[in-house]
Design a protein around this ligand. Sequence first.
Ligand SMILES: Nc1nc2c(ncn2[C@@H]2O[C@H](COP(=O)(O)OP(=O)(O)O)[C@@H](O)[C@H]2O)c(=O)[nH]1
Ligand SMILES: [Mg+2]
Length: 323
Amino acid sequence: MSKTVVLIGKTGEGRTTLFNKITNSQQKTAAGGQNVTTNVFVKQSSYGDGFQLIDTPGFDSCSQTFNLIAGFLSAIDKFLINRIMVVIRYDRLELIKKELIKYTELFQSYKDKLTFVITFMDYIKNDYLKNVNEIQLMAKQQKINSVIFASRDHSGQQLCQLFDQEIQASVAQKISLTDDQQLSLLDRIDNDEIQYYLMQSENVEYPFIQYERQMRKSCQQNQNINYSQIKEYLKKIIKKCFLDCFRLMEQNEESEKYQIYLNLKNQIKPSLNNIIQLIEKSNKNDFEQFIEQELKSYEVGRNECLKQLEQAKKHMSSSIVQL
Ligand SMILES: Nc1nc2c(ncn2[C@@H]2O[C@H](COP(=O)(O)OP(=O)(O)O)[C@@H](O)[C@H]2O)c(=O)[nH]1
Ligand SMILES: [Mg+2]
């Protein structure tokens, strides 16, 4: 039986372009960043050893948000998957790194099935190899060894060859995501309104970064760290961060509030993780739990989102098109 590869990623990263070249198709691409379709397309590759390729609608912020996520979810519901190919457009390295971390976390139980496809490699003017090496290194740090680099100059034949190589040893498997993982797809969407707020407030993570610095200094100077004082302070700045944002977006729907929660959590989590690292071993577990609980208390609209996602999945399972 033919192997199956699913493409996933944000809108405009080049999925449909890859799909068209590989399967010799003429599906509409998202010129101008417009999301063109919420359909899922399935077709056999045209060259090489052969595999079945699934193009999913991009994750994008619009009235279709839930349908887009559900498109991907209904695809992995219907097919056994040999390889998940995450398509990421070439950009500043630290942005790529963020994406790699997010997707690895999402598919942590399927790391052996994950390939990163970095598109738009033709945008690199200098130091092509240096960039390739660094991206490969960043992927390795996430324990992912499978990376494909694609550019506009690649032919369908070349792409098929690259894909064939990566899927050779992959067995077909059912991919299932937990509710939380499914919902975390919501924070891969650039919600303009949320982004706007985050930009307005300059740096929601600033108080956290500042505190992290202060703690680091105290540690270096071997000062006694008052554990309950740290908790108190963090409680305060976490509260401020969420309440400020919710206040600004008061009239929003529950499901949007959940997206805000995800975005904010994502934004401050790296600093919080750094702070956790500074806590002495004996208190670390307790401290981790404390942070989780604090964040969780600002989680609103989760059930509403799950409900909307379930409805969208029902709707989307009928829009898988076999070409
Ligand atoms: N320069 C360049 N443009 C690309 C590349 N891949 C896709 N594009 C362009 O980017 C736009 C969005 O591509 P599309 O395949 O529709 O993205 P999708 O939303 O992920 O399916 C289209 O105008 C493509 O022509 C690439 O590797 N290099
Ligand atoms: Mg597309």
